[in-house]
Design a protein around this ligand. Structure first.
Ligand code: PAJ
Length: 306
């Protein structure tokens, strides 16, 4: 079956209702397009776990505070449709803005706000961002109906916000978190990476180096949350092209900063920085996920490509 491209909520809902009525499970992969290997990893997971895979492609104006950011956001719909077809999506839901927000440019009258986990970090640096995300994700979940929905750990706070949203509104959606896909130098894949100059692109890998250094400090026994965050700050300070926004060791569920990394498996390291005109975020577990290699030595288990 070729990929079916739908532009209206009514069509999308009817098609997915029909699939469920025939006994098939639905996997939803919400995206803003400009698809890369990170998005493809979500699609592949959905493909492996669900009978019908729907990818949504919608550059959601409600979650952008900075007009320059949305103006420069890459839009590659033709390429995205080829990727979706090649990687086995069944349905692409690509609505125009007027379909999702009939009153646009006036914001919808109904606001969706997830308190708590949305407030610090990205929420503090990008006021209104998570309201926009929560609004569009609530809408996508409503249109898609009962399904599994796949989100990347790359946007760790977003994943926490979406989990909270689904739980608090009792939405019939199982939220599935998927590991971050990285370039060979550790930089997390992001649609915004194409806006980096070659020097900035090289410098941007410092985010991953900072996370790795902090993980190594935890493995080495460092337990003060503040000190672990300082390891990340020190690493970023070595890269003059990168301006740190925040670096923190947080509780992986509440996202509150931790004083002590007493149980490293429940702590997440968060980092955000501006490189040139691009804001980048990344995160990792406080304790590097390791496995024993054939030679009995632990090997780093962060997923990378290239
Ligand atoms: P977008 O940035 O297009 O990302 C879509 C999904 O891909 C998100 O769940 C994101 O976490 C995941 N993703 C991005 N880069 C990744 C990487 N390197 N490895 C693994 N997964 C990655 O996030 C959004 O769109 C929007 O906020 C959205 C949820 C679609 C709501 O508008």
């Amino acid at each position: 079956m070729g990929v079916e491209v739908l532009e209206t909520a009514a069509h999308c809902r009817a098609l997915l209702d029909g699939e469920r009525a025939a006994g098939r499970t639905v996997g939803l992969v919400p995206t803003m397009g400009a698809l890369h290997a990170g998005h493809v990893s979500l699609l592949a997971r959905a493909r492996a776990e669900c009978d019908v895979v729907a990818v949504s492609i919608f550059v959601n104006p409600l979650q952008f505070g900075d007009p320059e950011d949305i103006a420069h956001y890459p839009r590659t719909l033709e390429h995205d449709l080829v990727v979706c077809a090649e990687k086995g999506a069944d349905v692409v839901f690509a609505p125009p803005v007027a379909e999702m927000y009939p009153s646009w440019p006036e914001a919808p009258a109904t606001a969706v706000t997830v308190g708590g986990v949305s407030e610090a970090w990205e929420g503090a640096s990008r006021p209104g961002h998570f309201d926009g995300v929560a609004n569009v994700v609530a809408k996508l979940f409503s249109i898609a109906g009962p399904c599994r929905a796949y989100f990347g750990e790359k946007d760790f706070q977003q994943l926490a916000v979406v989990r909270r949203l689904a739980a608090d509104l009792v939405l019939p959606v199982e939220v599935v978190g998927c590991p971050t896909v990285r370039e060979a130098d550790g930089l997390a894949l992001s649609s915004r990476n194409v806006r980096l100059s070659p020097e900035e692109r090289r410098a941007a890998a410092v985010l991953f180096r900072a996370l790795s250094a902090a993980q190594a400090s935890v493995t080495g026994g460092l337990r003060s949350g503040c000190a672990v965050a300082q390891v990340m700050r020190d690493a970023v300070a070595l890269e003059p092209l990168v301006r740190l926004d925040y670096a923190a060791a947080v509780d992986a569920e509440s996202l509150a900063e931790v004083d002590e990394v007493s149980d490293p498996s429940s702590v997440r390291l968060l980092i955000a920085a501006v490189v040139g005109r691009v804001r980048l975020i990344d995160n990792a577990p406080a304790l590097a996920e390791t496995e024993l290699s054939e030679h009995g030595r632990p090997v780093r288990h962060l997923e990378r490509i290239g």
